[in-house]
Design a protein around this ligand. Structure first.
Ligand SMILES: Cc1ncc(C[n+]2csc(CCOP(=O)(O)OP(=O)(O)O)c2C)c(N)n1
Length: 556
């Protein structure tokens, strides 16, 4: 009888990740994940990026997944290390990113026994469950690979999300017979019911001014969206749905989804179909944005039926399948009002012009950047005034895998996300450039990852909007706290000196006119470059941004 080849569970996991199409993974090495990372290194097929912290590693894996369209993978140790990943896991969960978080666990004989074993985190699994779509514990070497395969399937199934798996260190190192099948499990797209689609098509066929509102759940539905666009539908997106249709398309309102001219335009629309969108509070004026009265909804999550806004009809299913089914039923039936498209374009032009005007000098800066990005790029953003104003909508994106931003509102994640997106572009050979926008308050939060960027020669242009403080908080203090500016001025590094110490290329922009040359310099060489925009020299925005817009009480 031939001898059965035996490999460690860690080795099988590395081989499985290769079968999942993973080209790069992120993490921090530790006793509690070394059997996996040793195998990954020895096999040599997956690029492992050693981040400086687990928060950064998880943000990197998140951005890798969002910009490549596949699964992201991060590896942490147990205890504090898994805890360090928590904020970034919350962001991945908010954004619906398919992410596999592998974390170690102490040895099985000592697990859950309160014996003060080093790296022990009592009830770690409960923490992991509360910050992810699902969390699993591997309980034996024999079942390790079936748990891993299930975890990846759960992460990849819509509505997608991050999944944690904790694997006790003795199990990682245990020998098992080399598995015959390490293919990932199939991921089924949920088929919508034909009856539900028939009814939805009947309703929409009557519309003369129909809108589609697309969220992140519609990112894979570009072809079907294009069919409906060609029948005359107008398109608007949430920030997560940006680029499903290129934002310079004549039918697109881009992500200008809540500005006053657009809200007025909605009142002239006779139908809105919301697809794969949460209708989040900060994108709907806290649910008070007046959407068209006739509202319909498609979502892979049954809980979306009637959530945030009532809807007349709800179709449960995969966005691409549902929209294709709808387009089949509507072909040749739409009679679009001839004023609809010009009205949509007027609303967008007004919203864009008002926004542009409010930027003051930064309007030219954004235009300069847009000229440099071309059409094929990653646009990664931290939470900063510059993103809330122009980054989130004024700067156009042209494909659904271009945009990454901290959807949950947590500052400090952009820097690492920029690295993950750049590594994704390099690992998949997509040829995308990566631009990453941060404020100085967010940038310093995870500053150690700059060393990772240099070490990995990540091709990312960091655009750092430096106003030496928490700009948006100051604005909120001015508008709501009588101008009492507590705790918002920050001791700020000399970024030229800091960059020099890291061997990171750096250029400072003190006048908007210098931005074009700075970006040219940034792209002269491969690898990262820090473009520091000195906002104190350039001056303030013309319009003040003091947090997500809301409707004042009593407003319609
Ligand atoms: C993780 C986290 N901590 C704290 C906050 C609160 N917060 C929101 S914006 C902000 C200031 C950001 O400053 P900066 O990055 O310099 O951007 P700016 O507001 O100056 O544009 C803070 C502290 C947050 N959103 N997330």
């Amino acid at each position: 009888m031939p001898e059965v080849q035996r490999i460690t569970v860690g080795h099988a996991i590395a081989a499985f990740l290769e079968q999942c199409g993973i080209k790069a993974a992120f993490g921090v090495i530790s006793i509690h994940n070394m059997p996996i990372l040793d195998a990954m290194g020895e096999r040599g097929h997956i690029r492992f990026v050693p981040a400086r912290g687990e928060a950064g590693a998880t943000n990197m894996a998140d951005a890798y997944a969002r910009t490549t369209g596949g699964l992201g993978v991060c590896l942490t140790s147990t205890g504090t290390a898994a805890g360090n990943a928590a904020g970034a896991m919350v962001e991945a969960w908010t954004a619906g990113t398919p992410l596999l978080h592998l974390t170690g666990q102490i040895e099985t004989p000592f697990l859950d026994r309160g014996m003060s074993y080093i790296h022990e985190a009592p009830d770690q699994l409960s923490m992991l469950k509360s910050i992810s779509k699902a969390a699993f514990r591997v309980r034996s070497a024999d079942t390790a690979m079936s748990v891993l395969r299930q975890a990846v399937q759960v992460a990849m199934t819509a509505p997608r999300g991050p999944v944690s798996v904790e694997i006790p260190i003795d199990i990682q190192a245990a020998l098992i017979p080399a598995p015959h099948n390490l293919q990932p499990l199939p991921v089924a797209a949920m088929a919508p019911s034909a009856d539900a689609l028939d009814a939805l098509a009947e309703a929409l066929a009557q519309a003369r001014r129909p809108m589609l509102w697309l969220g992140g759940g519609a990112r894979g539905a570009g072809a079907a969206v294009k069919r409906l666009r060609d029948m005359g539908f107008g398109i608007v997106t949430s920030t997560q749905g940006r680029g499903v249709l290129p934002e310079d398309d004549a039918h697109s309102l881009g992500a200008f989804n809540l500005q006053a001219p657009v809200e007025a335009f909605y009142q002239t629309c006779d139908a809105m179909l919301v697809v794969g969108s949460r209708l989040r509070g900060n994108e709907t004026l806290q649910y008070r944005l007046n959407l068209p009265r006739a509202r319909y909804r498609i979502d892979a999550d049954p809980a979306a039926d009637g959530r945030c806004y009532p809807n007349h009809r709800f179709v449960l299913g995969d966005a691409a399948l549902a929209l294709d089914g709808l387009a089949d039923r509507l072909a040749g039936r739409m009679r679009i009002d001839e004023r609809f498209l010009p009205d949509l374009q007027t609303a967008r032009a007004q919203a864009s012009a008002t926004l542009r005007d409010g930027l003051g000098a930064y309007g030219d800066l954004a235009d300069t950047l847009q000229r440099r990005t071309g059409r094929h790029f990653n646009w990664v953003r931290d939470v900063t005034v510059s993103n809330s104003t122009w980054g989130n909508r004024y700067l156009k994106v042209f494909d659904p895998l271009a945009g990454v931003h901290a959807l949950g509102g947590g500052i400090g994640q952009g820097l690492a996300m920029g690295i993950g997106a750049a590594i994704g572009a390099a690992a998949t050979g997509s040829g995308k450039k990566t631009f990453c926008l941060s404020g100085d308050g967010g940038f310093i939060l995870n500053l150690g990852e700059l060393a990772t960027a240099v070490q990995e020669r990540a091709g990312v242009v960091f655009v750092l909007m430096n106003d030496r403080g928490y700009g948006v908080i100051k604005n909120i203090q001015d508008s709501q706290y009588g101008g009492r500016r507590h705790y918002v001025d920050l001791h700020t590094p000399d970024y030229a000196a800091l960059s020099a110490s890291l061997s990171l290329r750096h250029v400072r922009v003190s006048r908007v006119e210098d931005m074009a040359a700075a970006l040219e310099f940034a792209e002269l060489e491969a690898g990262p470059c820090l473009v520091e925009v000195d906002m104190l020299s350039i001056g303030a925005f013309k319009s003040v941004f003091a947090g997500p817009p809301v409707k004042t009480a009593g407003a319609a």
